[in-house]
Write a protein that binds this ligand. Structure first.
Ligand SMILES: Cc1cc2nc3c(=O)[nH]c(=O)nc-3n(C[C@H](O)[C@H](O)[C@H](O)COP(=O)(O)OP(=O)(O)OC[C@H]3O[C@@H](n4cnc5c(N)ncnc54)[C@H](O)[C@@H]3O)c2cc1C
Length: 424
C-alpha cells in the first residue's frame, strides 16, 4: 500500500511512536500526540506539502536490513540481527549501576562518550518534569543529567523528536532509544547528511513493546492515584530489577517490577506485536537483561551487552579500559536463554502478518529478519495459533479497516497531550 503521509500509517496501526516524522517534516506539519490508549502518534496538519519525507523515515511502515557487515556472528543473525560479540557487565560507578534498569550499561556508555570521547551530549527520553507519569526527549550534557534519565520507562517515549537537537549541535552526540527509535534514527540519517555527521553512536535498550499511557493511568488507579497528583514515577531501577514506584503527596506506592510489567504489557499496541526487533538490531551497541538465570534478591544489577558494529565494539572496549564499565565476554547461547520471549515473538511474526494479509490489511515491510525461516521452526500448533490468533483479534478489533480514531484531530477529547514540534 502507498502511504500518502504518516496519518495513513497511524490509521492502519503501523506507527511505532518514535517521532522521526516530526523531525523530518520541513513544514512543521507533523504534531505528535499521546493517544492515551495507543501511544505517541503523528497528526499531519494542513501545511503538509505531500513531500513524503515523513513516510521515508518511518520505521513503522518499513524496517529493513541491508547486507550484514563482515565479522557478524552467522549463528546469531537470523534470530538477533547483526551481533559481533556478546558481553555481560555493569557500570563501574556504583550509583550508575544502582539507578540503572539492569546494570546501568547504557548510561555508563553515554557518560564515557561525553567525558572521554568529547561528544556534545546524549539525546534520550526521561520522565517529564512537569508530568512525571509521561516522558519527554531531552539532551543530557552531564553525569547528573544522564543519571536523571536512567531506568527503563514502560510508557510511550519518542526520542526521535529530538533529532533536531542533535542535528543543530556544534559537534556529534550519542543517541539512546528503543530498537524502533534507533531504526527511525538510521532512516533519518540516510536523508540528512547533517544529522549523519552529528550522530556519533546509537545505543539501544532491548524492548518487548511499549505499553500505552492508559496502562500507567490504570496502574496508578489501582493505588487510588491520579496522574495529576504524581510527583515522581519510576518503572524499575534503584536495584535490579527494582520496583515500580509512584510518589505523591498522599504517599508512596511500590510494587515489584515483574508485577508492574505483567500488568502493563497488556497495553502494548498492535504494531509492537508485529515488531521482530526486540534487541536493537540497528544500534552500535544494545543493552538488555541477562535473564538466563534466577536473580537473588538484593543482587547488584547486570546488563547483557551486544556489540553490533565495529564502532560499537571499539567504544565498548574503550569504555571498559577507561574504567566506566566492567565487562566480560559470555557464551553467545546465553542471549537466547536470556530473551526467550523476544525470540518466541519473532518466530510468530510471519504468521501474524499472514493473518493480517488474509484480511487485506496493510502490513509493515520487514526485510532481513528471516521471518519465514523463524516461523518454520514453530510446531504445527504454534504456527496455526500465530495465524488464527491474529485473524481472530483482527476481526474482533476491525484491523481490516482504517482506525476511526485517526487522524487524531478527530478525537481531540480522547487525548491528553499535544506536543508541537520544537516544543521540547
Ligand atoms: C518498553 C520497554 C520494554 C523492555 N523490554 C525488555 C525486554 O524484552 N528484555 C530486556 O532484557 N529488557 C527490556 N527492557 C529493559 C531494558 O532494555 C533494559 O533494562 C536495558 O538493559 C537497559 O538497562 P541499562 O541499565 O543499561 O540502562 P540505563 O542505564 O538504566 O539507561 C536506560 C536508558 O534507556 C532510555 N529509555 C528508558 N525508557 C525508554 C523508553 N521508553 N523509550 C526510549 N528510551 C528509553 C533512557 O533515556 C536511558 O538513557 C525494556 C524496557 C522498555 C522501556
Amino acid at each position: 500500500m502507498r502511504f500518502e503521509n504518516v496519518n495513513d500509517i497511524a490509521a492502519w496501526r503501523l506507527c511505532l511512536g518514535c517521532g522521526a516524522c516530526a523531525w523530518a517534516c520541513e513544514n512543521k506539519a507533523v504534531n505528535l500526540i499521546d493517544v492515551t490508549d495507543d501511544g505517541i502518534r503523528p497528526s499531519v496538519g494542513e501545511s503538509c506539502q505531500g513531500c513524503g519525507r515523513c513516510v521515508e523515515v518511518c520505521p513503522g511502515a518499513d524496517t529493513s536490513h541491508g547486507k550484514w557487515a563482515e565479522g557478524v556472528d552467522p549463528e546469531l543473525s537470523s534470530s538477533w540481527g547483526p551481533v559481533f560479540e556478546v558481553w555481560e557487565g555493569h557500570a563501574a560507578d556504583p550509583e550508575v549501576r544502582f539507578k540503572g534498569s539492569s546494570g546501568g550499561a547504557a548510561t555508563a556508555l553515554a557518560l564515557y562518550c561525553l567525558e572521554k570521547e568529547g561528544l556534545y551530549g546524549a539525546v534520550h527520553a526521561g520522565a517529564d518534569k512537569d508530568e512525571p507519569w509521561k516522558n519527554k526527549t531531552q539532551l543530557s550534557k552531564s553525569r547528573e543529567e544522564l543519571l536523571g534519565k536512567s531506568g527503563s520507562r514502560y510508557s510511550p517515549a519518542s526520542p526521535c523528536d529530538g533529532l533536531g537537537i542533535m542535528e543543530a549541535a556544534p559537534s556529534p552526540s550519542v543517541f539512546i532509544g528503543k530498537p524502533c527509535d534507533v531504526a527511525g534514527l538510521r532512516k533519518a540519517q540516510a536523508i540528512s547528511a547533517e544529522l549523519d555527521s552529528r550522530t556519533a553512536l546509537a545505543i539501544s535498550i532491548f524492548c518487548a513493546g511499549t505499553p500505552s499511557t492508559k496502562g500507567t493511568i490504570d496502574l496508578l488507579a489501582r493505588f487510588r492515584k491520579e496522574p495529576s497528583e504524581i510527583e515522581s514515577l519510576r518503572y524499575r531501577g534503584n536495584g535490579w530489577p527494582g520496583n515500580w514506584t509512584a510518589e505523591s503527596s498522599a504517599g508512596t506506592s511500590s510494587i515489584p517490577y515483574k508485577t508492574a510489567w505483567s500488568f502493563l504489557q497488556r497495553y502494548r499496541p498492535l504494531r509492537c506485536q508485529l515488531c521482530p526487533d526486540g534487541t536493537g538490531e540497528f544500534a552500535d551497541i544494545s543493552c538488555g537483561d541477562p535473564w538466563y538465570r534466577e536473580i537473588t534478591p538484593g543482587e547488584p544489577g547486570l546488563s547483557l551487552i551486544l556489540a553490533r558494529t565495529d564502532k560499537g565494539r571499539r567504544v565498548l572496549k574503550a569504555a571498559a579500559e577507561a574504567g566506566y564499565l566492567k565487562i566480560k565476554k559470555i557464551d553467545s547461547s546465553l542471549l537466547e536463554k536470556s530473551q526467550a520471549n523476544l525470540l518466541a515473538k519473532r518466530r510468530a511474526i510471519w504468521g501474524r502478518l499472514l493473518g493480517l494479509r488474509l484480511l487485506l490489511a496493510p502490513v509493515p515491510t520487514l526485510s532481513g529478519f528471516s521471518l519465514f525461516e523463524n516461523w518454520k521452526g514453530l510446531s504445527a500448533y504454534e504456527k496455526l495459533r500465530s495465524v488464527a490468533g491474529t485473524l481472530r483479534r483482527a476481526l474482533r478489533r476491525e484491523y481490516y479497516r482504517r482506525s476511526r480514531s485517526f487522524p487524531v484531530r478527530a478525537v481531540l477529547r480522547d487525548i491528553s497531550i499535544i506536543r508541537k514540534r520544537g516544543a521540547i
